[in-house]
Design a protein around this ligand. Structure first.
Ligand code: SAM
Ligand code: SF4
Length: 327
């Protein structure tokens, strides 16, 4: 193995989040309230470019790849992408973040191609509220997709719900009832102020700490983390088959355990979701012989990774919404 990717603060990178498209068919109010608009003429990374990129990361100790977007499953070669990542024996976890639109139809094929883990976004269990948040009347279809994922062989499904005050914040009991007998890890993500979303954030942001206190008071216990785990604090309870995760980017110390890097659908390395700049890798994804140079560029870029993000100062860097780079 090549030596591990490490930054100036001795953080090691075991986890790559790879966006494969910025196109999305949903209009989530906190992400793309006006729907998708094409920002760049550049085409998305091809399967061969993705394969080379993954090899460079896996040789340097990266064990988990998350495919994200936009909506990654809108790519017609999505299965080929999963298979290409899976073929790299050093990659232990191939995860997907999806809005679930294609799950009921395709999840068995994803499983057979080697996908090991799914995060599906479900911000509300109420059909009407789900439509109001996402602009899509697809809750039933997505819930069927989750059932289909269990039938296909996935042992646990992670569900992402962006926590919004007075929208879904009172639904904790409903969510808890849902996961009582299902192996679902329900993850509340604190709403982040990104790009021009100041007003929306001011109105709807709710600290995950409020949920955390309710969980602790009712017997939920914090679970220890492993090397490739994402940023969620995960809680378990003896009476529940499901788990609750909390992603709290505004909490002090959030960045100290950062173990992940990001690459955009156009092959730009982002050192932080909220960074000010990116590093283009695409010219080094042209042929297999460039791997050492590619790793060297990533390694030297890591010296630029800042200690923390600046979200507290309403600064989300160059990220205008999460569909561009994935959450
Ligand atoms: N389209 C897929 C989906 O929705 O799951 C993948 C991409 S989406 C950008 C990844 C995650 O980011 C989703 O769980 C979404 O809810 C979350 N997200 C997007 N904008 C956010 C914001 N402003 N604050 C918190 N989470 C956000
Ligand atoms: Fe699309 Fe995901 Fe953004 Fe919703 S959160 S608009 S599904 S990219």
């Amino acid at each position: 193995m090549q030596s591990q990717f490490v930054d100036t603060y001795n953080r090691k990178f075991y986890y790559l989040r790879l966006s494969v498209t910025d196109v999305c068919n949903f209009r989530c109010r906190y992400c793309l309230p006006d729907g998708y608009k094409r920002l760049s003429r550049d085409h998305f990374l091809s399967v061969d470019e993705i394969r080379r990129l993954i090899r460079a990361f896996s040789q340097a100790g990266c064990q988990k790849i998350r495919v994200t977007g936009g909506e990654p499953t809108l790519r017609s070669d999505f299965i080929d992408i999963i298979s290409a990542i899976r073929q790299d024996a050093r990659v232990k976890i191939v995860a997907l973040t999806t809005n679930g639109y294609r799950m009921a139809r395709d999840v068995k094929r994803w499983y057979d191609a080697g996908l090991t883990s799914i995060n599906v976004s479900v911000d509300s269990l109420d059909v009407h509220q789900f439509y109001q948040i996402t602009g899509q009347n697809k809750l039933k279809q997505i819930i069927s997709g989750i059932d289909a994922a269990f039938d296909a062989g996935f042992k646990q499904i992670k569900v992402n719900a962006v926590l919004m005050r007075n929208i879904n914040s009172a639904s904790l009991p409903l969510f808890l009832a849902w996961i009582k007998d299902k192996p679902i890890q329900l993850r509340f993500i604190e709403l982040m102020e990104i790009g021009k979303s100041k007003e929306f954030f001011r109105k709807y942001h709710l600290s995950g700490n409020e949920i955390k206190q309710q969980l602790i008071a009712t017997g939920w216990c914090l679970k220890p983390k492993t090397l490739t785990d994402g940023p969620a604090q995960v809680f378990t309870h003896a009476d529940y088959r499901g788990e609750i995760g909390l992603v709290m980017p505004y909490e002090q110390g959030f960045c100290s355990s950062c173990n992940r890097l990001r690459v955009s659908a156009q092959g730009k390395l982002h050192l932080c979701l909220f960074g000010e700049r990116h590093i283009d890798l695409r010219d080094l994804l042209v042929n297999d012989g460039q791997i050492n140079e590619l790793q060297q560029r990533i390694r030297s870029s890591l010296t630029l990774k800042r200690e923390t993000h600046f979200l507290h100062q309403s600064n989300s860097g160059m990220t205008q919404n999460l569909s561009i780079i994935g959450g």
